[in-house]
Design a protein around this ligand. Structure first.
Ligand code: WT7
Length: 646
């Protein structure tokens, strides 16, 4: 066990970094006091515009409205590829590390340009036009990045669906965005296991009559279902088109992508991001937070199916002309030394991962780490959930040899880019704290009535002003955007997270205050799991809460009331777990299922989750008031039968 203590910025880090403390303070102050000037300078510095904007910014958060760089024109693929060709055409843009350690590839910016242009032409030939939605259901292969950038090149809006989602979840997302084209692979490969992506697409498309084209990348050569008129092989299709494709000039506020995320209700939300503001947010944070310097190799272990993969594998790094590493496999295959073997093999300088991965590797023992040299490493990052200080210190001392600063970055699918984070050359670190706001971000803490709290305090985390990479709408349902984020507290953005601010103004994120769970960094709405459970014939009613888990952060705990004629059994528990995995995806499989003859409800029929949460977490001494329950006796039964006890 390492001592938990604050870590000051080292002289070496400060000397190397883009910014020191005075630099951070000056820029942060300017970003709040002269936002127009600040953002105009940054947008010119980080992006290449085909036409300048007429106005930097306009917003009305009470209506969930925000626009940045109004009337400005640019193309994301030009910013991520074309403009780098004269200076770094032969530089590696993407290092691909396959599932097997012997499988890797390097793709130069010039090659990336050719691949993206060809795929863009394939999409065009299939009738895809500016504004059309294209669904990507792909493994972690370079073609996934080509597909995102090909959409951006022609102004199509991509909707990447994580490859771990079930056919039903895929279908719901294709239908919600009315995607007419799907790009996929025959199979994915992770930890030597195959994922039947094309087969899943086939199942999903039974209910999607508007999908007229499916482009399939051949990854494993598996036998797959095929439809002559609808399906085309990626390799055949790109061979038959030109390697040049003019980029569509896009308005700064034209949509770039939709990415579905979970909220408190069963229906996932299509978070929509636009062009100029999003790209600036991704590029600028990648530059300052990871302190990226020309020539460095940067590795973010996320999947492109999540926002972290969008902003910090593809858009941020490529916009900055970086070398970004894309990893197909898992950190424990062939064994738990894989990440550090990869770091040594590709001389990775910056490594960004999730606390759940850090905890899982920590549990395997230090030898897996220390068997690799890791001398290229300079900076470590953490994202996705609060990192416990013990894991932080292990990451710092063992992985980083007590030499590499750790940036604990707080943000969300909706924020598009990192919001609260240390800057390596400026911020003294406290393990477990995401520390201070990034430029232009004005966080605050409020009590449930919306009163702003001053000084050291705990409360709900809000953001008081618009920032360039913020969510623009929930696809197809702007009212839902207003209701979810801009109504709890009028005129400000509500994050759904709770936080504490200490005497130094540092923020400590405590986790979600809504019905959203965070399981191994995957965001899951309790309602999604409940809807899946009640679809099963044996289930009358279900309520789902989270409970602490050593590795996953949180685990799913479900209270299930069987149908009157059903006899609960262990076999049925196993069946229900598998059923949820099939309905939603394996990552949503409940850890615990407790049978119950009834759920604790108020007299008006509302399930009291607060009580269920306490029971699942084995926190019985703080159960709180149960007198408002219609039938308080169910609580005793629930307590007596509770699982999750060591
Ligand atoms: C939720 C957003 C965008 C990152 C990937 C997850 C939690 C994220 C941290 C952090 C504590 C964190 C929050 C947030 N979260 N980063 N550094 N410390 N909590 O994106 O799926 O949209 O989830 O992840 O609860 O609201 P997401």
């Amino acid at each position: 066990m390492y001592k938990i203590e604050n870590h000051l910025v080292s002289d070496a880090t400060r000397a190397y970094a883009h910014l020191d403390e005075a630099g951070y303070q000056a820029m942060y102050r300017q970003s709040l006091e002269q936002p127009e000037q600040f953002w105009a300078e940054q947008a010119k510095r980080f992006l290449t515009w085909e036409q300048p904007w007429s106005k930097v910014h306009e917003s009305d958060l009470s209506q969930g409205q925000a626009a940045w760089f109004i009337d400005g024109k640019l193309n994301v693929s030009v910013n991520c590829i074309d403009r780098h060709l004269p200076s770094r055409g032969e530089q590696t843009a993407i290092i691909w590390e396959g599932d097997e350690p012997t499988d890797d590839a390097r793709i130069s910016y010039r090659e990336l340009h050719e691949k993206v242009c060809r795929l863009a032409n394939v999409l065009k030939a299939r009738g895809v036009k500016k504004g059309d939605r294209v669904c990507l259901y792909m493994p972690m292969i370079p073609e996934a990045a080509y597909a995102m950038l090909a959409c951006a090149r022609i102004g199509a809006v991509h909707s990447v669906v994580f490859g771990g989602f079930s056919p039903d979840a895929l279908r719901d997302r294709i239908l919600d965005a009315d995607c007419q084209v799907v790009i996929t692979a025959d199979e994915g490969v992770r930890g030597s296991k195959k994922v039947p992506l094309k087969q899943n697409v086939e199942k999903a498309l039974k209910d999607c009559p508007n999908v007229h084209s499916v482009v399939t990348v051949q990854r494993t050569g598996a036998d797959i279902p095929w439809h002559e008129h609808r399906d085309l092989w990626y390799h055949d299709a790109i061979a038959g088109v030109s390697a040049d494709c003019a980029a569509e000039p896009m308005d700064s506020e034209d949509p770039l992508f939709i990415l579905y995320t979970s909220g408190s209700t069963g229906k996932p939300k299509g978070v929509l991001h636009t062009t100029g503001g999003y790209l600036l947010g991704a590029a600028m944070t990648h530059h300052y937070v990871f302190d990226y310097h020309e020539g460095e190799t940067y590795w973010c272990t996320a999947d492109i199916g999540w926002i972290t993969g969008h902003s910090y594998i593809v858009y941020g790094p490529l916009c900055n002309g970086a070398t970004t590493l894309m990893f197909e496999g898992v950190p424990t295959y062939p064994d738990a030394s894989r990440c550090w073997q990869v770091v040594d093999k590709h001389k990775v300088n910056i490594f960004y991962t999730a606390p759940t991965a850090i905890r899982a590797l920590m549990a395997k023992g230090d030898e897996y780490v220390t068997s690799a040299s890791r001398t290229s490493l300079r900076l470590l990052g953490s994202v996705g959930e609060p990192i416990n200080p013990e894991a932080w210190e292990w990451y710092f001392h063992v992985v980083g040899d007590s030499r590499c600063p750790i940036v604990d970055t707080w943000w969300q699918t909706e924020t598009g880019a990192i919001m609260i984070t240390p800057l390596p050359g400026a911020t003294n670190l406290k393990p477990g704290s995401a520390t201070r706001p990034f430029f232009g971000v004005e966080p605050a803490l409020v009590d449930p009535e919306g009163n702003e709290l001053e000084g050291p305090a705990s409360g709900n985390l809000i953001i008081k002003r618009s920032w360039p990479s913020q969510i623009r709408t929930v696809y197809g349902d702007h009212q839902r955007l207003i209701d979810t984020y801009f109504s709890a507290y009028k005129g400000v953005y509500f994050t759904g997270d709770g936080a504490r601010r200490d005497e130094d103004g540092y923020y400590w994120i405590t986790g979600r205050v809504d019905d959203v769970l965070n399981v191994s960094g995957h965001r899951i709405g309790t309602a999604e799991v409940e809807s899946a459970l009640v679809l099963h014939d044996a289930v009358a009613e279900a309520a789902v809460v989270g409970c602490p888990h050593d590795i996953k952060g949180q685990a799913i705990y479900a209270f299930v009331m069987p149908m009157h004629d059903i006899e609960p059994s262990d076999a049925l528990v196993a069946e229900l777990k598998a059923f949820v995995a099939e309905q939603v995806g394996a990552f949503a499989r409940p850890e615990f299922i407790q049978w119950t003859p009834g759920l604790p409800k108020t007299r008006s029929g509302k399930i009291m989750r607060r009580i269920l949460r306490k029971i699942a977490c084995d926190e019985l001494d703080t159960l709180g008031d149960t007198s408002t329950l219609a039938d308080p006796s169910v609580v005793d039964e629930l307590i007596a039968q509770r699982l999750n006890r060591a």
